[in-house]
Ligand binder design. Structure first.
Ligand code: SF4
Length: 221
């Protein structure tokens, strides 16, 4: 299957739900600013995504092949055991919101982050509706030391033309530009596994699920 490109994706902000998830005080100035600026941001923002369906081949305890690339990672080898295919994806909030005169960088970054969340949710819905791809697990290069950010170039090569199709490029250190972008492998069947469950950055604002010490011990112990 060729890759599927969404450019641009239409998103709608749900600022109240976003603030609830991110513990943003509903009485704060930041919350008022988010509510005030969300309609203008919604018109301007252009989130984009590219996804590609890839074959998986098990190569032992610490290696796994995805499409034509071999990754060295115990976590990937464990999580992709028995899985024949995954979706490789890159999703970005884009940088269009830089053109908006917002009250602060904090508000700008939160609006970008919320756009990225909505875009990822849109990709998830598409995969569920069109491929019955459910109970999605996510593996992102750089979230865990076992699969560092140095794997981003290989993931980009697997998808192909990521910069040309959705404007996301890698820096010399393999970070993505624009900043509010995410690269990942999505796999079906692991009751919504998320990297955060194995990540020890306890105070991370982006955390989606709590740290799971038992699962960590099982995989890395
Ligand atoms: S806790 Fe934060 S740094 Fe760790 S995987 Fe989750 S989002 Fe990434």
């Amino acid at each position: 299957m060729e890759k599927i490109v969404f450019n641009p994706m239409e998103i709608f902000y749900d600022i109240e739900a976003f603030a609830g998830d991110k513990n943003i005080d509903l009485q704060s100035e930041v919350y008022s600013a988010l509510l005030q600026w969300a309609p203008a941001a919604e018109k301007l923002v252009k989130p984009r995504a590219v996804i590609k369906w890839c074959t998986v081949k098990e190569l032992g305890d610490d290696r796994v092949q995805v499409a034509h690339k071999i990754f060295k990672s115990h976590l990937l080898a464990e999580k992709l055991k028995g899985i024949e295919r995954v979706f490789a994806t890159v999703v970005t909030a884009g940088d269009e919101l830089d053109a908006l005169e917002l009250p602060s960088d904090e508000v700008r970054n939160l609006l970008k982050y919320a756009a990225l969340r909505e875009a990822r949710a849109g990709v998830d819905r598409y995969l569920k509706d069109h491929f019955s791809f459910d109970h999605m697990g996510r593996l992102n290069p750089g979230s865990l030391p076992d699969w560092p950010i140095a794997n981003n170039p290989a993931l980009f090569e697997i998808i192909g033309d990521v910069t040309e199709t959705i404007g996301v490029r890698l820096t010399e250190k393999n970070y993505m530009q624009p900043g509010y972008s995410v690269s990942e492998l999505l796999f079906s069947g692991d009751e919504d596994y998320d990297n955060c469950s194995l990540c020890k950055k306890y105070d991370c604002l982006g955390r989606k699920v709590p740290f799971d010490p038992e699962a960590y011990e099982q995989i890395f112990g």
